[in-house]
Design a protein around this ligand. Structure first.
Ligand code: CP3
Length: 343
């Protein structure tokens, strides 16, 4: 596609999906966390998983940031870890600690206990999507999502969060064949899942590769990008966003992925990223910590970011998820600044 053709296509994409003539804005992890209204719903159920598995409540907290913060998109309330669970590896969400897997994968016999999941195995997410679409009534698009295979793999081997994910990385060096087999199963499950989400009504999908940044460039090609690329190729039905946190080294190659949008984290220089990924809509990338600043400082930082993206198709967002202790009014300040200062 010619450069002019590209600008036409990507601007059209923003216009057709978001139906806006300015830069759209939403925030990763906008559903929940900062809103007292979310905490109220969260306290009405046993735990996080109960909320994820209650379609009516999941739809309610998905729509909250649209009504209460004014974002231009909703993202379905769920978690990336529903895929390991559907494949046969149960997870628990420990209060204020994060995910924990009682069983992890280390051998071929562990692998035999898992299966490639079908989209319908996550019917509660599909039901939440259908209810959310009804509730949104066309006001804003709905984003579906999944973890990228490498990030899901990392949790399935490690068994929970980690600073290094050294157990997961160890398998890449000691049992690469086993690693590829599991990555392949996750990839197939993810394709089934995203196709089902699109059928249920989501308008675009995002892949979160939260642990991209711990791999070397060569490992990233072999154990992550290859599988992300398979997913992008398999899903022509809807626009796709790839957000690979910390994968600054892979940006050039990301320009060749069959996806429309690339998410940038706040370490990725905007001017450099525009040059490296001329064929992509770029999403991001304000440092989430910028929202701890004063209202004046948030406005200044946001306008600076918008200026650096000017002339390139852009969806405003943070460079990673919203932190739980950010004041809702600071989030509103970021959103309102984008709305007032982009065109
Ligand atoms: O963006 C949204 O608001 C939609 C919902 C959403 C959640 N998790 C809800 C959630 C999304 C898109 C995710 C993705 C997710 N989950 C990622 C990728 C994005 C990223 O942050 O890098 C990852 C790595 C996970 C795994 C996960 N889930 C962790 C590590 C934790 C615990 C720490 C934390 O971030 O709070 C969760 C729990 C979780 N997922 C919560 C929410 C609202 C908090 C739990 C609660 O409310 O009780």
């Amino acid at each position: 596609m010619s450069r002019q053709g590209f600008y036409f296509y990507t601007h059209m994409l923003i216009q057709t999906v978001f139906k806006l003539n300015r830069t759209p804005v939403w925030l990763m992890r906008q559903a929940g966390r900062v809103l007292p209204e979310y905490r109220k719903v969260r306290e009405s159920v046993k735990d996080f998983k109960a909320l994820v598995k209650s379609p009516a409540l999941a739809a309610e907290v998905t729509i909250q940031p649209v009504d209460l913060l004014g974002v231009d998109a909703a993202i379905i309330f769920s978690d990336i870890l529903v895929i390991p669970e559907a494949m046969g590896l149960n997870y628990e969400m420990k209060e204020s600690k994060g995910p924990y897997f009682p069983k992890t994968v280390h051998t071929y016999s562990d692998l035999k206990e898992l299966h490639v999941s079908q989209g319908e195995e996550l019917q509660y997410v599909l039901d939440a999507i259908a209810l959310t679409k009804k509730g949104l009534n066309g006001r804003v698009p709905l984003i579906g999502f999944a973890g990228a295979p490498w990030t899901i793999f990392a949790y399935m081997i490690e068994g929970g969060g980690s600073k290094t994910f050294s157990k997961a990385k160890k398998m890449l060096y000691t049992q690469p064949e086993l690693a590829h087999q599991l990555l392949d199963m996750i990839t197939k499950s993810t394709i089934n899942y995203l196709k089902a989400q699109i059928k249920a009504g989501v308008d675009l999908v995002q892949l979160f590769d939260s642990w991209a940044g711990i791999l070397s460039p060569e490992q990233y090609d072999e154990f992550s990008m290859r599988y992300i690329s398979m997913i992008c190729d398999a899903i022509p039905e809807a626009p796709k966003t790839v957000f690979a946190k910390g994968a600054f080294f892979a940006r050039q190659k990301m320009n060749d992925l069959k996806c429309e949008v690339i998410g940038l984290d706040w370490n990725m220089d905007i001017t450099e990223s525009r040059k490296m990924m001329p064929s992509k809509v770029l999403q991001g990338n304000l440092d989430p910590c910028a929202l701890y600043g004063s209202f004046d400082s948030i406005k200044k930082e946001t306008k600076h970011m918008l200026n650096l993206f000017k002339g390139h198709p852009h969806i405003a967002n943070l460079g990673h998820g919203l932190y739980p202790d950010i004041e809702p009014d600071k989030v509103r300040c970021f959103i309102d600044t984008v709305k007032e200062h982009s065109g």
